[in-house]
Write a protein that binds this ligand. Sequence first.
Ligand code: HEM
Length: 410
Amino acid sequence: MSLSVNLLDPAIMGNDSSMYELFGQLRENDPVALVEHPDFEPFWAITKHEDIKAISQNNAEFLNNPRTVLIQREFEEALLSQFGTRNGLETLIHMDNPKHRKLRNVTRNWFKPAPIDELSADIRAIATEYVDKMANMDGKCDFVKDIALLYPLRVIMSIIGVAPEEEAMMLKLTQELFGGQDPTQSRGVNIDDGLAVLMDFFSYFTGVVEDRKENPTDDLASVLANALIDGEPMEQLDQISYFIITATAGHDTTSATISGGMKALLEHPDQLLKLRENPGLSMQAAREMIRWVSPVRHMMRTTTKDIELRGKTIKAGDSLCLWYPSANRDSDAIEDPDTFNIERDNRNQMAFGFGGHMCLGQHLAVLETALFFEELLPRLEHIELAADPDWVQAIFVGGLKSMPVRYTFR
Ligand code: HEM
């Protein structure tokens, strides 16, 4: 059996060392690999930085629809019959132009660095809250479950306008959506369980839209509830799916970055020390954590024409899967990629994707990661692992599931 089929094994992909070993082998031996597996429609696995960048920036010939992420064939068929598309509910990442551009424009300005920077004081206050929580936990906690999962959730929910009392429910739903292959996080093994998760998102956000139409505030929910597309109100399904993409993309990824970033600092005490002594490096360090963790493992594109890539013939209509963590460890594009270096110039990294779909929340992600470590490190005297970390078994958004730590505060 071909090595590339291991890309579909959540146990291999849900652990940094086995995942990066697999990517290294693929980049070396089969960088454009056809993956055939009984449970999935075939696809081409793209693992070189150069190819991923070129495909991502050509949005006219490499489409996000109809296949945006890897979903088991059986589930894709269920989505097709329920929603009329293999992607199910279509969010920004599932759309192509011209619709994609029009919908992205609704929040494009909201997520630009200047307006996001204006939220710094509020985000820092939430960071302080979680660092205080850690300080009050008797010198031990599960850094993932007690801190890293909750802080970004509070940030994105406050930006969207979700009330604090609804957050626990949103966290559970997001984990059920992204951790679907992890038996401890999915709602159930049946297709109906997955569809029920989507329906729960739908019913919650329908209520939010109704409320903000009546009572607009300055939150993102009000922007979405009252947005006009070509002079007409945004369709309700588009509004709901917009909520889902911001709520989900906006927190699991950053959680994984903060916990994976903490783990990287634990494993590289010189970098931890450097960051503590030079808080001005925090944004650069956050970018390095994002490269190092690359929590979004893949996105897919469908080619509109026959192409030749590294000696392989790819036919119009074939799907290509872009593996971002692999791009970020490709030594042809990134110098000394297996070294964690918080002073690295990370302009060429691929964790946020590239081109027309490049992550809308990237500045927010960097800022909230930076602010958290700015608040934590000066107060932390010592920190170490208290038990082996555990990983989420997932092939889409991955990261740590648990990381018990022992520490002392100053
Ligand atoms: C470290 C954290 C994050 C990482 C690694 C990440 C990564 C990504 C990636 C790889 C894509 C797809 C890019 C492509 O197809 O070229 C994406 C899209 C997106 N991300 Fe993020 N993301 C992060 C945080 C956030 C945050 C905090 C938000 C806030 C709402 C967010 C919102 C979005 C949205 C809305 C899209 C869809 C953009 C589109 O299709 O036009 N992300 N992100």
